[in-house]
Design a protein around this ligand. Structure first.
Ligand code: SAM
Length: 253
């Protein structure tokens, strides 16, 4: 059917493309890509020859108009980003809004996504979660965001697991802030290189995960940071750190 297809692509492992995604990419009139060169590699791998057009943050608005005009004339257009679900920390939102406003059908074609993959295997509660995109790169702003999150969790009835995308060169300093704001005993996880050869989950307390990451100078790869939404009560926090001190004193820590 004509319309706009939001097609998920792999976040590492090419086997994570779905049969439906392949069929739609093959049969679409055009594929609107975040980066045509990146998507071309994927298309070549699967022998797909559909024409591509670039569609990214910097031309999102102008291109949306053009694509909506084609959609009005009955085109089938697939939207893809470099990896995962379009629109999740990636371009996509603008074209969807334009299509919805123009009364054009929008079809999600689900597949790989870093947030859900990290969350479901993290060992942290999955019932409720909040995804915040990337943490601010400036140290001061990052602290403020984490502190206000902690305040929100303190006053809220819910305890959603908090999820961020993070880059390898900022993960160590981000973890220092997480430990400072949530406390050394707070449960967190870092999911790295999901679906790839060196996939890894670092699970533990804020202090443990921070120290592991710091000990691996030049840690690489794409990563997701997850913070438990259950605040340790002030009392638990101090008794936990007391227990820690005792363990150290008796040389067991
Ligand atoms: N649209 C994508 C999705 O659905 O997951 C996210 C795109 S966002 C620009 C890229 C960020 O997602 C990376 O910096 C990293 O935080 C996370 N990410 C993407 N692929 C990943 C992977 N294989 N392992 C861990 N994190 C990943």
């Amino acid at each position: 059917a004509p319309g706009l297809y939001l097609v998920a692509t792999p976040i590492g492992n090419l086997e994570d493309i779905t049969l439906r995604a392949l069929r739609i990419l093959r049969s679409a009139d055009r594929i609107a890509c975040e980066d045509t060169r990146q998507t071309q590699k994927l298309l070549n791998h699967f022998g797909i020859t559909t024409p591509t057009v670039s569609y990214h943050l910097h031309n999102e608005r102008g291109r949306s108009e053009e694509l909506v005009n084609a959609l009005r004339e009955g085109a089938r257009i697939a939207v893809v980003s470099d990896a995962g679900m379009p629109g999740i920390a990636d371009p996509g939102e603008e074209i969807v809004r334009a299509a919805v406003e123009a009364n054009i059908a929008v079809y999600p074609v689900p597949g790989a996504n870093a947030v859900l993959s990290a969350l479901t295997a993290s060992g942290l509660p999955t019932e409720q979660f909040a995804f915040h995109g990337f943490l601010p790169s400036k140290a001061g702003e990052r602290r403020t965001v984490l502190e206000s999150l902690r305040e929100t969790l303190k006053s809220a009835e819910e305890s959603a697991t908090q999820i961020f995308y993070e880059t390898p060169h900022r993960i160590a300093e981000a973890l220092v802030d997480v430990e400072a704001v949530f406390g050394p005993q707070h449960p967190i996880a870092v999911a790295r290189e999901l679906t790839k050869l060196h996939e890894e989950f670092l699970r533990g307390t804020a202090s443990e995960v921070r120290s592991t990451v710091q000990s691996r100078e030049g840690i690489r790869g794409e990563m997701v940071l997850l913070i438990s939404g259950k605040l340790l009560s002030e009392q638990n926090e101090s008794s936990a750190s007391l227990a820690e001190q005792v363990r150290r004193l008796i040389g067991n820590g």
